[in-house]
Design a protein around this ligand. Sequence first.
Ligand code: LIP
Length: 268
Amino acid sequence: MYLSFAQAAVDIARQAGAMLADALRETHTVESKSELHNMVTEMDRRVEAFVVGELLRRFPDHDICAEEGSGTDGGRSFRWHVDPLDGTNNYVHRLPWFAVSLGLERVDAEVDRRLVAGVVYNVMHDEMFWAALDEGAWLNGERIHVSAESDLGRSLVTTGIPYWGKAHPRTLVDNFERIVTACGDVRRLGAAALDLANVACGRLEAYFEEGIQTWDVAAGALLVREAGGRVTDYDGAPIPMPTAHILASNGAVHDPLQRLLGGNYRLT
Ligand code: LIP
């Protein structure tokens, strides 16, 4: 039912990714947004203009929530959550770990069936992750599944640091300490959409982050669910849109991780 939306998003994400790859070696103008360390480049804006233009051309009756603010909000049934460049700080430092993320929400559906299509394109590795509701999750044409690891002490977990994290580190450090102590190992890779995509394909057992935005996680959360994983907030509830804290996992390690994180978050 939602395959055509996913296929359109794949086409748009691939073209957007080519724009980012072509400009990676250039020197980029970096501005800070409202929160300290929350940066934006001319490429974020240029790619967002392309993606939003393409979505509105193909789906004029959809709304769009885009990170750099060029979206629309007409109270319509379908809303795209667009991150034109997830991993901006990686991109600015020419670290080849960033993505284009397009997630489609059906706003009038049950909370755990609102995400209906999603694409995360790992540009520099040419890995196109996509999913449509009830159609599974895919990577470059191959079906993907979360890992079967059930031992937290053998799990590889990833997280992020919200922009306000440096000003309010206590909660983040407490959670990080618990996870480091309980898990096999932890990564901080800098792009939430790719963290989620790599949980979906079984390379990582879980991802958690606080103060994240819908455009960072909408597509990746569907990937994880369609790959057999679980996505909740830190208290174990299905994530609404927008979400303040997210825990995504292979399902097997979800409950012990949720017990470590539950209730310990800064209201953002
Ligand atoms: C980034 C997220 C990452 C988070 C960063 C930043 P951006 O998104 O993908 O997980 O830790 O603080 O929010 O700003 O590069 O699109």
